[in-house]
Each structure stands twice: as structure tokens, then as C-alpha cells.
Design a protein around this ligand. Structure first.
Ligand code: F6R
Length: 264
């Protein structure tokens, strides 16, 4: 795990966007894994900027969203498919049909989950998976207590997750769906590279457990410790519980002005 701590989310957005751009330039057909939620928004903003400046095209890329709520109307603005469209994909040049999310409107969600797994596999797997982390340690919607080797599956969202996400639903937890369909931890772990963004004090406990704790279903994101190409971009608040920060923090001083290749 490469951990790096930055001053603010704008810096993280720039650094993360450089990483994504570097991948797409070296492999224009790269398959991206997209997280929703607020953490990656600064990254998506930077990618849109690069695209509008004619520096980056997504015309040959495909992308798979991590998860989706169950029970929201297809046109609900907080359905993750619509969220990602609004903050990112509709502003760049993905081809029609190139961006997929788990379908939660079909009659058989379990079958839908299997089809989603098959579609990811048929695309050759995810090259770079963008991740956030829940305050309860979830990635995707893989909540605490679930198996560490899960594939795309239906989940009940924890009370913590529903409380945290109520901010997207007028602060009203009763409007937050109780279930989601999510890529599993094993699905996520098959991505060739993980790029996680975590910002803010309420991520401190989850980040500390993920980086310094024992691997446990109690903190699902700890499974990332088994990934051999995971980058964790944090702000000071999210990193504030780490006791051994100097041992694993990459020295990325000056990184914002530099290209990734200069560091490899
Ligand atoms: C959403 C997802 C979730 C979020 C997590 C953090 O697609 O995968 O794991 O990344 O709930 O959400 P934010 O970034 O809103 O704090």
C-alpha cells in the first residue's frame, strides 16, 4: 500500500487525475472502475478539466460503477448511475454504452449480479479501480461482516451508511434505500490497480483500521492490504489516526508539479 497525505481534496484530485491520465495515455482502452459518493468528485472534476482542455479522451475506455442502490427509480438523481453521469461521464466522451452500473431494476437481482460479473470479465477486468471508503470501513457497498471473498451481490446497508448518505437525500434517512447491489471484495481485488481517496475526520477510524489494523470482515476495506498495487490518497484529517505514517508514506513532495513516471 502506498499511502500519501495531502493538504486538501483539490490536491488529491489533481494527483489522482494524473494517475488516471497516465494510465489512459499508456493504454487508451483501459477499463476504469468508478466509485460514486463525494470522495472522488475532485478527481472527476480534474478529469473533466483535462478533457475540456483536449488533454484526455475517454472515447476508447469502458467503465464499471462499483455499486447501485436498490429501490430508487431509474431517473432518481441519487441513483449512482445518474450521479456518475452528472459529476463525470456526461461531461466527457465515453461512447454510448461504455459506462455500466449494476442494474437494480430487473426482476431478478441475483441474475443481474452474475451478469455484471460476467460483463466485467468479458471486458478483460478493471485496470484501475477508483475507491472511496465508508466510515464503517465498507468499500463499494461491501458492509462489515460480509465475506472477504464476495462477488457482486445484494447487501443490506448499515445504519451508519444510511445515516452518512442521508446528506444526499435532504438529510432524511428514511429516503435512503435499505439495500444495494455491489461488486464484491473479490471483484474489487481483481482490479489491477486500486486508487482510493479518503478525506475528512469521519474516515479516520476506517482509514486507521485499513492501513494499520488486522485484516478482518469487521473492517472490509482491510482486504486491500492483500492488493499489490494500491494507492491511498488522504487528507490530514483522514490520516490523523495513523501512528506509523512515516513508515509507509511515500515522499511525494513536489508531486503536484511532477509526472508519475518521474517517480517510477
Ligand atoms: C460508492 C462507494 C462507497 C463510497 C463510500 C464513501 O460508489 O463505493 O464505498 O465510496 O460510501 O462515500 P463518500 O465518498 O460519499 O464519503
Amino acid at each position: 500500500m502506498q499511502v500519501a497525505v495531502f493538504k486538501n481534496e483539490e490536491e488529491i484530485g489533481i494527483v489522482a487525475a494524473k494517475r488516471v491520465a497516465r494510465l489512459i495515455k499508456s493504454n487508451p482502452e483501459a477499463v476504469l472502475g468508478l466509485a460514486t459518493g463525494s470522495s472522488p468528485v475532485p478527481l472527476y472534476r480534474e478529469l473533466v478539466k483535462m478533457h475540456l482542455a483536449n488533454e484526455l479522451s475517454f472515447a476508447q475506455n469502458r467503465a464499471f460503477c462499483l455499486d447501485e442502490y436498490v429501490g430508487l427509480a431509474d431517473d432518481h438523481p441519487e441513483a449512482y448511475r445518474n450521479f456518475i453521469d452528472r459529476v463525470f461521464t456526461s461531461h466527457v466522451d465515453f461512447q454510448p454504452g461504455a459506462v455500466r452500473a449494476p442494474s437494480t431494476s430487473g426482476p431478478n437481482l441475483k441474475e443481474g449480479a452474475l451478469e455484471y460479473e460476467a460483463a466485467i470479465r468479458a471486458a478483460g477486468g478493471v485496470d484501475l479501480q477508483i475507491l472511496g471508503i465508508g466510515a464503517d470501513g465498507h468499500i463499494g457497498f461491501c458492509e462489515p461482516g460480509g465475506p472477504l471473498n464476495s462477488r457482486t451481490h445484494l447487501v443490506f446497508l448499515t445504519e451508519q451508511t444510511r445515516r452518512d448518505n442521508a446528506r444526499f437525500f435532504d438529510g432524511d434517512i428514511t429516503q435512503v434505500p435499505r439495500m444495494g447491489l455491489t461488486q464484491g471484495l473479490a471483484t474489487i481485488m481483481e482490479a489491477r490497480e486500486l486508487l482510493m481517496i479518503a478525506t475528512g475526520e469521519n474516515k479516520k477510524a476506517a482509514v486507521t483500521a485499513m492501513v494499520e489494523g488486522s485484516v478482518s470482515a469487521h473492517w472490509p476495506s482491510t482486504v486491500v492490504q492483500y492488493h499489490n498495487d494500491a494507492i491511498i490518497l488522504l487528507d490530514e484529517a483522514a490520516a490523523s489516526g495513523l501512528t506509523m505514517r512515516d513508515h509507509y508514506q511515500v515522499n511525494w513532495e513536489g508531486f503536484l508539479e511532477t509526472e508519475w513516471t518521474d517517480y517510477e
